[in-house]
Design a protein around this ligand. Structure first.
Ligand code: FAD
Length: 397
């Protein structure tokens, strides 16, 4: 075992871990180590997401999501531009299917305005100027500041920026346990730290539990898969077309997103799956799978909104159901216009077992020497650079 002494030890080189490392280096901290179990950055959620830089519309007032998304969006755009990373700034529309969705749309408009987000309710004529193929019932909500990036390119730029600033990222270095109060074992290393920040994404609950924290909270995985619009399709999509979401759960519904290279993705789904890395049909199943299935079953009976997700989402393994959702958003989508892709990501969603509820906001636990970022779900990719400022200022200085 090699011994290292460091001021800051960060577990996980996802967008949250790298944003923390970068923020510490901007604050002139010198000894910063990031332990990453994989051999590259961006192998999990941060490299497998839709790349949408959200504007901050959906989030309840006072939540960490609401307070970090707008500034996070601004900082991430500016970081990307400074590094030559392409940003597609076409905005987004949220379209309604019927009159009851209009009420939610208007509630979202109020929420957005309360959060300080620029949005506008527009009529069908104005919608067709922005997105000629989008359809809506009477009105839609337009968000001009939503943008799209390639998350893998952002992750590489963030990694390079961190290393240039002197951050030491140790790949193939999985954290396994705490040896004592201020020492961890990770891969071939024994690392003694002054402060540890747990940014282990889908495994962050396990790290917190090993520290004796947050035992009533565990993560369960939801898989997002995507289809794509064929190049031969005559459907024209300029930016992002989203449905009105079911605001009782944290997922936004299948939507259209155009990436910076002009490819139109449709997705992602939010299917309950049985492994923290259950990306394939069998790939990612393991000893924990039965335990996760039991948790899903418990939640299925105890929580109505989880139940509706668990019933509806797995149907989308059958492409017709995917198509059924997508064609609600646009005119003239043909079944033959969409093709399958291999793009898939897992959203680790925190569940509070005392309430049997999905936790809707980011969640922080800490003790004198450690900070644990739990539930870094969407929009954590968007929020990351500003979120890191808040966490570092509050817990690490
Ligand atoms: C399908 C999908 C679509 C999404 N779309 C968007 C979007 O459009 N916009 C948006 O803002 N957000 C989106 N999100 C959410 C966003 O991707 C996440 O909020 C964000 O990437 C979380 O970052 P993270 O660093 O916490 O997690 P991760 O990216 O998962 O990083 C955690 C890292 O920790 C490492 N790790 C885990 N355990 C250990 C260990 N024991 N030792 C060492 N390393 C460890 C992992 O290998 C990983 O690299 C989406 C997510 C998904 C899955």
């Amino acid at each position: 075992m090699k011994k290292i002494e460091t001021e800051y030890c960060i577990i996980g080189a996802g967008v949250v871990g790298l944003a923390m490392a970068r923020e510490l280096s901007l604050k002139k901290k010198k000894k910063i180590i990031v332990c990453e179990k994989e051999e590259h950055v961006g192998m999990h959620a941060s490299g497998r997401n839709s790349g949408v830089l959200h504007a901050g519309i959906y989030y309840t007032a006072g939540s960490m999501k609401a307070s970090t998304c707008i500034e996070g969006n601004r900082l991430m755009k500016s970081f990307c531009k400074s590094k030559g990373v392409p940003v597609r700034e076409t905005g987004k529309v949220i379209v309604a299917k019927n009159s009851s969705e209009l009420q939610t749309l208007s509630m979202l408009e109020q929420r957005a305005k309360h959060n300080g987000v620029e949005v506008k309710l527009i009529n069908a004529k104005k919608l067709s100027d922005i997105e000629p193929c989008a359809k809506t019932y009477q009105e839609a909500l337009f968000s001009p500041h939503t943008a799209v990036v390639d998350p893998k390119v952002v992750m590489q730029a963030l990694y390079e920026d961190c290393t240039q600033r002197g951050v030491n990222v140790l790949f193939n270095t999985p954290f396994t346990h705490f040896e004592n109060e201020n020492t961890v074992i990770a891969g071939d290393y024994t690392i003694q730290f002054d402060k540890l920040i747990n940014c282990a994404g889908a495994y962050s609950d396990i790290v917190a539990h090993l520290r004796g924290l947050a035992h009533h909270l565990t993560l369960i995985p939801f898989k997002g898969i995507y289809t794509k619009l064929k190049k031969s399709s005559s459907l024209k999509v300029n930016g992002n077309i989203y449905p009105v979401p079911d605001i009782r759960n944290p997922f936004l519904g299948v939507h259209f997103t155009v990436n910076p290279y002009g490819d139109v993705y449709i997705g992602p789904t939010a299917m309950p799956v049985f492994g923290r890395e259950h990306y394939g049909l069998l790939q990612g199943l393991g000893s924990e799978s039965i335990n996760i299935a039991l948790k899903d079953a418990l939640l299925f009976f105890a929580n109505r909104s989880f139940r509706s997700v668990a019933i509806e989402e797995p149907k989308k393994y059958i492409p017709y159901y995917f198509y059924r959702d997508a064609k609600e958003l646009v005119w003239k989508l043909l079944y033959s216009d969409i093709e399958k892709t291999t793009k898939a990501g897992i959203r680790p969603q925190l569940v509070d077992w005392t309430k049997k509820e999905l936790v809707m906001d980011f969640c922080i636990y800490h003790d004198a020497q450690t900070v644990h970022v739990l539930n870094a779900i969407s929009p954590a990719f968007t929020s990351s650079l500003y979120f890191a400022q808040l966490i570092v200022d509050r817990y690490c200085m």
